[in-house]
Design a binder for this molecule. Sequence first.
Ligand SMILES: *Cc1c(COP(=O)(O)O)cnc(C)c1O
Length: 228
Amino acid sequence: MIEESLHAVQQRMADAMARAGRVDTAILVAVTKNHPVSAIEEISGLGVTHVGENRVQEAKEKQMLYKGPRLTWHLIGHLQVNKVRQAVPMFDLIHSVDSRKLLDEIEKVAAKHDKVQDILLQVNIAREESKSGMSVEEFPDIRDYAKTLPHVRVRGMMCIAPFFDDPEEARPIFRVAHALYEDMKRYFEEGQIQYLSMGMTHDFEVALEEGANIVRVGTAIFGERVYY
Ligand SMILES: *Cc1c(COP(=O)(O)O)cnc(C)c1O
């Protein structure tokens, strides 16, 4: 069941990349929030090595229980300052950094762990009130500030498009995100900015056509999440 859905998603990803004439690769982050650790073990048994979680506490419990090959753990949900202490040692890439305050806390905790924390800057391109992420106006200031922190390494950008019935409507937003991402490269060392994380179950094909190289997909692989 999960196997078939996974293969369908991978095929759709490949088709979208081909449509866009892309010859690079895109990472599939399997979003396992609200699914048990057995789902993580199953997906890792199918060769997926990137998993995404939304909440630090939930991820922590699963990381303790998880048995299987080494995974790359992505924190994709909003991160509260008071959760940074737990999050830094747990995650390879934090997608949802959107303020100086959060950067300061990550710097402090990462220094303590002697770690350089890879992060993405989350930008709220569509200015949705309900979504986290910095505004496009705040972006240059936060980007430049992040550069000064020795234990934080910005690797790119993340964005979440609003939900549209027709995912085509998200295309202009992804296009703006891609332009910002490309522009961002010149402010950092060569090769440092590598990831543009955008696209979910509903819109990942459009995101890939517009240059995403990380997509975060849950429902299309695991089915609907059950919230208790
Ligand atoms: C839940 C979530 C996803 C995955 O959503 P699906 O629609 O189930 O694919 C991706 N990104 C973020 C930030 C999420 O919170």
